[in-house]
Design a binder for this molecule. Structure first.
Ligand code: F1P
Length: 348
């Protein structure tokens, strides 16, 4: 086994086979690890405990710091300058893939694309001459992600970023980055996703220390009451924050069963603004948009939130809005309706 100098399994680089051995797992596929069921039925409120998601959201600055401490090892696995890269995932992991791909490309480190893993093979994207394909998957069990990796030629380096090495991603990938310290009990992903993003952004040269401080401040502050329990949420994010905006919208859908959308800011006036009303909250992540956009949106009656922090720190606030809104609505934010930790297709 090739491991990092950390001397622990908290964050390490191993060959795929060694990862399975390190986790004490056999070769057989393991099912998704599920949080203990405490509610009376799917989607019903859970009495007597705080949602796991709240503690997981609050732990993000610590997880991000831990990721920064492990950058030397991460850099051995993450792609170097000039490599042609695709980043794939499903759901939250796809949105993080989008943010990572745009951030890398904008940093001038090489061509980088992002795709939903479910479209990768069917659209013939696997035929493009990628040097490295990175699969982001907290569970390590998502069928579309595993299929996409397994369909690639041997010449393509396959990197898995996961929270659980004792899963099929260990066989499907050539190399793993394991962020088990960022794994979650809640079905709804928060800290795993943002820790992956932290790792990638730091690798691309972003300074994450101020972002960690912004997130700590955001966690210490009260949530703006105007953001809670609204009928309609819109998140606007520019550049790599397009992926963050989509992730914020997904959190609101998953945790709070609320209607949400996400766009690049300058797209919003090209149609979607027609839906906005006094029932809407429109959130410009990282003060996205030109000077006139916010006032154009205000004319619809919508509440406009002009974020001033780094979009990744603002995502922490959006996660809190989603979970708090779920609680107001009597929903269990840890166990959204019809969702499980991962989608494992029948018979696989
Ligand atoms: C991906 C995912 C989650 C989503 C839901 C189903 O999981 O789509 O993002 O919230 O729980 O699974 P993974 O491949 O990152 O484990």
């Amino acid at each position: 086994m090739r491991t990092s100098g950390f001397g622990s399994a908290l964050f390490f680089r191993v060959s795929a086979r060694a990862a399975l051995a390190a986790a004490g797992a056999g070769r057989e596929r393991t099912g998704p690890r599920r949080p203990p069921r405490q509610g009376s039925a799917k989607g019903l409120p859970v009495q007597g405990r705080q949602p796991y998601a709240l503690a997981e959201i609050a732990s993000q600055p610590d997880c991000w710091s831990r990721a920064l401490d492990s950058m030397t090892d991460a850099a051995k696995v993450l792609p170097g300058r000039g490599e042609r890269v695709a980043v794939i995932g499903c759901g939250t992991s796809w949105h993080m893939a989008t943010a990572i791909a745009i951030a890398r490309q904008v940093a001038g480190l090489g061509e980088t694309d992002a795709y939903p893993a479910s479209e990768f093979l069917s659209s013939g994207l696997d035929a493009r001459p990628y040097d490295t394909v990175i699969a982001v998957t907290r569970s390590g069990t998502t069928t579309e992600v595993l299929d996409a990796l397994q369909g690639l030629p041997r010449s393509v380096r396959k990197v898995g970023i996961t929270a659980d090495a004792a899963t099929p991603i260990a066989e499907a990938a050539d190399q793993l980055l394991v962020l088990d310290y960022a794994d979650e009990q809640s079905v709804v992903q928060t800290r795993f996703a943002t820790t992956v993003l932290t790792l990638a952004r730091a690798h691309f040269g972003h300074d994450l220390r101020p972002v960690i401080e912004q997130a700590r401040a955001a966690l210490a502050a009260d949530v703006d009451q105007r953001m809670l329990n609204r009928a309609h949420y819109v998140f606007l994010g520019h550049g790599w924050a397009v992926g963050v905006a989509r992730e914020a919208a997904l959190k609101v859908q998953e945790a709070a069963s609320a209607w949400s959308e996400a766009y690049p800011p300058m797209e919003y006036r090209h149609g979607p603004i027609a839906v906005a009303s006094e029932n809407s909250v429109v959130w410009l992540l990282g003060a996205a948009g030109d000077g006139a956009l916010a006032s154009d949106i205000r004319r619809t009656g919508a509440t406009v939130i002009e974020g001033e922090a780094d979009p990744q720190a603002e995502l922490v606030v959006a996660q809190r809005v989603a979970v708090t809104t779920a609680e107001i609505r009597g929903l269990d934010p840890d166990r959204p309706r019809f969702l499980d930790r991962s989608v494992v297709q029948a018979g696989r």
